[in-house]
Design a protein around this ligand. Structure first.
Ligand SMILES: [Zn+2]
Length: 148
């Protein structure tokens, strides 16, 4: 979903922790990470388009002869999409190899970004823990403020 041109996706997951979407189950679901990969690939799809590459639409798997399979969903499609290995009469297509090394094309993509080093840094003591809690709260309030 695209929201005010910010371009983030919203993934809703069931509250039931026993739901099959959270676990690998050889009878029901062998690709539980599909929804996350799908939304991530939308980011790469968008970046590719903003850099001017001509690429297949992520939702067009059927156009290229792929199917949504019962246990693995669209895993084959995503694999070929990411590896530029989709067969067409004009040769192989998919995401450009370079896209994995390019930052998003537009500066506006960084407007609400969060420093990943900070996100993954564990607080080392109670003071840092409390500071982190307040920083996160302030960021959320500022973010809500900007949304109007
Ligand atoms: Zn989608």
């Amino acid at each position: 979903m695209d929201y005010y041109g910010i371009g983030f996706s919203n993934i809703r997951l069931p509250n039931d922790s026993r739901s099959y979407v959270y676990r690998y189950n050889s009878r029901v679901n062998t690709f539980p990470e599909e929804v996350f990969l799908h939304e991530f690939l939308h980011s790469l799809e968008r970046n590719s388009e903003e850099y001017g590459y001509s690429i297949p639409q992520l939702h067009d798997y059927e156009v290229y002869g792929y199917q949504n399979e019962s246990l693995t969903g669209q895993k084959k499609w995503y694999t070929d999409y990411m590896n530029k290995n989709i067969n067409t009469t004009e040769g192989k297509i998919g995401l450009p190899e370079e896209i994995y090394n390019l930052k998003p094309a537009k500066n506006s993509n960084f407007e609400f970004s969060t420093n990943m080093k900070e996100v993954f840094k564990e607080p080392e003591n109670i003071i840092e823990g409390i500071k982190e809690l307040f920083d996160n709260l302030v960021n959320k309030i500022n973010y809500i403020g900007k949304m109007g």
